[in-house]
Design a protein around this ligand. Structure first.
Ligand SMILES: [Zn+2]
Length: 107
């Protein structure tokens, strides 16, 4: 694990966050978005933009509406969003590869 810190605008403090060493290896494009829940009620969502060295290039924070509990737990929501972001990244990469092949054929 590596520890990174970032300024959280919602809590008005600096947080330390533990990241798996191999996190960057799962990504193709940088910086990538990493979602992180914290706060007493786990109701503050931080989106960290990480580069290949897992350095924090940007951070956005947002207080979540507690009404989400009715449908999904926040943890479930987070894992759904994280998976979707991964899928989008893969699709974008596939598209870029196809486009390169197409351009090579037509160039
Ligand atoms: Zn915070």
């Amino acid at each position: 694990m590596v520890t990174r810190s970032y300024q959280c605008d919602t809590c008005k403090t600096v947080h330390n966050v533990q990241l798996p060493d191999d996190l960057a290896s799962k990504h193709i494009q940088f910086p990538f978005a990493y979602f992180y829940l914290h706060g007493d009620a786990k109701d503050v969502l931080s989106t960290l933009y990480l580069d290949a060295e897992l350095k924090v290039r940007g951070a956005e924070t947002q207080k979540l509406d507690t009404g989400l509990d009715d449908i999904f737990s926040k943890g479930q929501m987070l894992s759904i969003v994280q998976n979707l972001m991964g899928e989008i990244e893969r699709w974008r990469n596939d598209y870029e590869e196809l486009k390169e092949k197409y351009d090579a054929l037509n160039g």
